[in-house]
Design a protein around this ligand. Structure first.
Ligand code: HEM
Length: 144
C-alpha cells in the first residue's frame, strides 16, 4: 500500500505492483537462517560445514545489476526463498495479499492526507525478522 500510495501511475497496474512491492519490501528480508550441512563452494567462496547462511533478499531485490528493466529470473526474486526449503505457503500468501490489495483498490480511492506529495511519503523501514514500516501508514480513503 505504501508503494501504491506513493506512485499513482503504478496504482493502475495493481497486479504488477503486488510483485513490485514484494521485491522492494521482501517481508522476510534475510529469509530464514540455514546451516550448511557439508562444505561447498559458491561462486568461488568456500562455505565450510556448519556455517550459518543468511540470504539477503532485501539487497537482491534492490540490486541495480538485476533490476534496471528486467522482471528478474532465477534467484534474484526470492521473497519466498528458493529450493527444497522454500516457503510452502507461497500460493496462499500471494493469494491473500492480492485479495486484500485488490479489495482496498477496488472499493476506495487513496491519497496522502493534507495535500502531501505522494513521492515524499516516509518509506523508512523497521528491520527485524520481518520488515514493517517505521511509521504508521496514514492515508485518506474515499469510498467509491
Ligand atoms: C507473503 C507471505 C509469506 C512470505 C513472504 C513468506 C516467506 C517465507 C520465507 C522467505 C521462508 C524461508 C524460505 C527459505 O529459507 O528459502 C519461508 C518459509 C516457510 N513458510 Fe512462508 N512466507 C509467507 C507465507 C506463508 C504462509 C501463508 C505459510 C503457511 C500457511 C507459510 C509457511 C512457511 C513454512 C512452514 C516455512 C518453512 C519451510 C521449511 O523450512 O521447509 N509461509 N516463508
Amino acid at each position: 500500500m505504501s508503494e501504491l500510495a506513493r506512485n499513482p501511475r503504478l496504482l493502475r497496474k495493481a497486479q504488477a505492483e503486488v510483485r513490485e512491492a514484494l521485491r522492494l519490501h521482501a517481508p522476510v528480508p534475510f529469509l530464514l537462517p540455514r546451516q550448511c550441512r557439508e562444505r561447498c563452494e559458491v561462486m568461488g567462496y568456500e562455505v565450510p560445514d556448519g556455517t550459518k547462511v543468511l540470504v539477503n533478499a532485501w539487497a537482491l531485490g534492490r540490486d541495480g545489476a538485476y533490476w534496471e528493466d528486467a522482471e528478474g529470473g532465477d534467484f534474484e526474486f526470492i521473497p519466498f526463498g528458493a529450493g527444497r526449503r522454500m516457503c510452502p505457503g507461497m500460493a496462499l500468501g500471494l493469494a491473500n495479499m492480492e485479495l486484500v490489495l485488490a479489495g482496498l483498490l477496488y472499493h476506495f480511492d487513496w491519497e496522502v492526507p493534507g495535500g502531501g506529495r505522494p513521492e515524499e511519503l516516509d518509506m523508512s523501514e523497521a528491520c527485524g525478522i520481518t520488515v514493517q514500516r517505521k511509521s504508521k501508514l496514514v492515508l485518506h480513503a474515499t469510498q467509491r
